[in-house]
Design a protein around this ligand. Sequence first.
Ligand code: 5CA
Length: 479
Amino acid sequence: MVVVKREDWSHYGKWFRKVLIDAEILDYRYPIKGCGVWFPYGFKIRNNVFQILRNLLDSAGHEETLFPLMIPETALAKESSHVRSFEEECYWVTHGGTEPLKIKYALRPTSETAIAPMLKLWIRSHADLPLKLYQVVNIFRYETKATRPILRMREVSTFKEAHTSHTTFEESEEQVKEAIKVYKDFFNAMGVPYRISRRPDWDKFPGALYSVAFDMICPDGRTLQIGTVHNLGQNFSKVFDITYETEKGEREYIWQTCYGISGRAIAAVLTVHGDDYGVVLPPKIAPLQVVIVPIPYKGMEKQINKTCKDIEVMLKNADIQVKLDPRADLTPGSKFYHWDLRGVPIRIEIGPKDVKKNEATIVRRDILEKRTCKINRLVTTIQELMNKMMEDLRLKAWEWMNKRVHHVDNLEKAKKLIARREGIVEVLLCGDVECGHKLEETVGARVLGIPMDAEEKLDGKCAICGKNATSTVRVAIAY
Ligand code: 5CA
């Protein structure tokens, strides 16, 4: 029954690839490296996850939009640090048919430079601001690091990017805070634990003043960046000449932020809640919340089937996503395996005893624990169980992560923890860039940045140079 044992952490990558295929989430065998195909089941999970995000963005006053895939080289090249970083990562369209194009087009690696020329046309006065847009699109990055299904794609087929425009720097700072709140709510809704860090200057988004990132820890102890929020300042508005008229009638450049979440958010849910038997889906994002499996018994087939069908109708009427699995060619055991692998939160088994007692046997996917319940209480019991399951998943995942964030007072300890792949390590550091780089070299890990989600305890010295520390810094081996 075992998919791949997860408890040996070195198996995480193998486990992840296998569940993606076996649970019919994403097929990574497409003949272009870094491209994947969402199976219908995986596509439903993807849509449910991104619907949570859409709802949160909509409630916070964002509007969904859709920009073209292609960006002229002339636009992409306007912001110098942006183009420097992205030109090597772009896929370039050079021909229309057999005709060479006068200006080549980039397949968007992200859309700042697609959006900017239009903002210049749309934004006239302070009354047009703030303008908060987002789109959910595919982006293309010619990644040179090892590609991995969902985690590092070359076609990132699911990418939510928000782009906001403001009258003042202060307002853009407030927007960064709002974006962080939206992302917290998003990950909390799915029980995905994270740490929020302000990335070091050398690792900020190209064209940003600064970047804030959400990181999770994978079962192999490596971190995964699952979302980023950037304050772009006026870097793009100055080169694209995007101005607005102030109340006094003067022209000022707009202030901008942007923030992105990719399919990695889906990988995050699958990763943090999964187990040896496959994925475990939070009820909110599960395409199927309940599966009903009849346990056949000679002479009672009719009653069992009727009870199953009645339950299916009852749950459907209560807006629960339910499916009856009547397949006659499969044993109940193989059906359990099939649905456990796919992470269906609740299984109902109906056998002869259940029918006689007017009961249903219920199994929760996360703890695989059985209980019975009178059929007339089934709807409320299932709703309660799904809520409880969500709460338990969230607590368990946070507990797991919290145990893997270590605060240490010397480099030796940091080195050991990193070598043992124990997650995130926090040390004190002075503000020197040199010390940051030296820290990375010494412990063999990457600086994630300064905590944005914890009280600073600044009583100590820089772990590298011994000067007074100015902040805690997180390091980890990152995907
Ligand atoms: N324009 C900004 C905000 S929309 C931007 O592109 N930011 S980003 O480069 O940091 O990307 C946003 C998020 O997308 C990252 O935090 C990361 O979680 C995810 N991401 C980036 N590259 C890939 C990739 N190749 N495959 C999967 N996810 C990716």
